[in-house]
Design a binder for this molecule. Structure first.
Ligand code: NAD
Length: 352
């Protein structure tokens, strides 16, 4: 076995169905008396219910969270934090809302309770990406890791079928890259394999029956494990490509992850045979890359970058940006191979 370093991240996870009812208990445990509830405009009604639920502990609501954590939104939220004398935030929503809670924590050190309603996994990571004047920068610091995460299966029942599939495969991408990470370790690899298996068996059921509570529980369990992978070890080519496509071509986050993953996996397959056999085992298939492509098809998710608005003419510029400062990757990142990878993803070809 290769030598490794394992560091457990200090976060408390409360998991189950109906667990939102434990919010006050968790706030009491943290000693918080005046909380600001955070959400996107789309989830305002849900956030209002949470505010009502916490009664006297509820200081207010800020429902302006937005994709990629724009700094101007954070600054408006900070003014509310100060005006209301807040001592904690409660973020209810996906990665965008949880990102806002993290951005506030970075500047104030306020404790956070995160209540995720997608499978993106941000709640389990000490990572914050922020956008200023259209430029996204990412940092890793324990200051942004939420103290408490409440996973309530009930909240995910309303996640639309389409977003469930792409958000779930976005989570799988964290686990796939964890299995061949340079700093991988046996504990995180176990979580990665289990996370892929849980999502791969539940997402097709959810695509057919979005209200299937057992499948929803399995998917959220998988998302937790995959989020922990993202928070613990380094990511490689797949994440670099998705950051390039999201940042410079404005492609949607979860859909882009879904389309690129089979192709990044195929690119890395020759350099990471053990990871490939674990991914394939978790998916219950022979070939990891083809299995990921077929999973996207089975959940009705997009399988080509072309359908997301990325054209064949964009390939050269994307290749140039993605190879400029590459992340560490098990296989050398070279322009010709990346150009072919992007051409396959653009056209939606199934990896052989
Ligand atoms: P999101 O948070 O932007 O949510 C997408 C939309 O779905 C929003 O309008 C949201 O209100 C709505 N929504 C969320 N849950 C819902 C539910 N249960 N029912 C109905 N509607 C619901 O999307 P996301 O994919 O969760 O997060 C993407 C963002 O998170 C990106 O900016 C990404 O960079 C970031 N992210 C960060 C990390 C990290 O570790 N820092 C990890 C993963 C993702």
């Amino acid at each position: 076995m290769q030598p490794f370093v394992y560091e457990g991240l200090p976060s408390r996870v409360v998991f189950g169905q109906g667990t939102l009812s434990r919010l006050e208990e968790e706030l009491e445990r943290l000693g918080c008396r005046r909380v600001l509830v955070l959400s996107t405009p789309q989830q305002r009604a849900q956030a209002e219910q949470v505010l009502a639920q916490v009664g006297e502990r509820g200081a207010g609501l800020f429902a302006e969270a937005a994709m990629h954590t724009p700094v101007e939104v954070t600054e408006r939220a900070l003014r509310r934090v100060e005006a209301l004398g807040v001592d904690a935030t409660v973020a209810i929503g996906g990665g965008s809302t949880i990102g806002l809670g993290k951005a506030i924590a970075l500047r104030t050190d306020l404790p956070q309770v995160a209540i995720p309603s997608t499978y993106a996994g941000s709640e389990m990571t000490p990572i914050l990406g922020e956008t200023r004047d259209g430029i996204k920068t990412t940092q890793r610091t324990l200051a942004v890791l939420p103290e408490t995460v409440i996973y309530d299966v009930d909240l995910t029942l309303t996640l639309p079928a389409g977003l469930s599939g792409t958000s779930g495969i976005n989570a799988i991408a964290h686990a796939v890259e964890a299995l061949y990470a340079r700093d991988r370790n046996p504990v995180i690899s176990l979580m990665a394999e289990e996370g892929i298996a849980a999502l791969a068996r539940s997402l097709p059921v959810i695509a057919d029956t979005p209200t299937d509570a057992a499948a929803r529980a399995d998917a959220l369990y998988g998302a937790w494990l995959c989020g922990a992978c993202l928070g613990s070890v380094g990511m490689s080519l797949h994440h670099k490509l998705c950051h390039t496509l999201g940042g410079s071509f404005d492609l949607p986050h979860a859909e882009t992850h879904t389309v690129v993953l089979p192709h990044a996996t195929a690119y890395n397959a020759p350099a990471a045979p053990e990871a490939m056999s674990r991914i394939a085992r978790a998916l219950g298939v022979k070939d990891a890359a083809a299995g990921l492509f077929d999973l996207a098809g089975a959940v009705g998710a997009p399988t080509s970058l072309g359908t997301l608005g990325f054209t064949a003419e964009d390939i050269d510029r994307a290749t140039e940006i993605a190879t400029r400062n590459p992340y560490w990757n098990p296989r050398e990142v070279e322009a010709d191979g990346i150009r072919r990878l992007l051409a396959d993803a653009q056209a939606g070809r199934r990896p052989a």
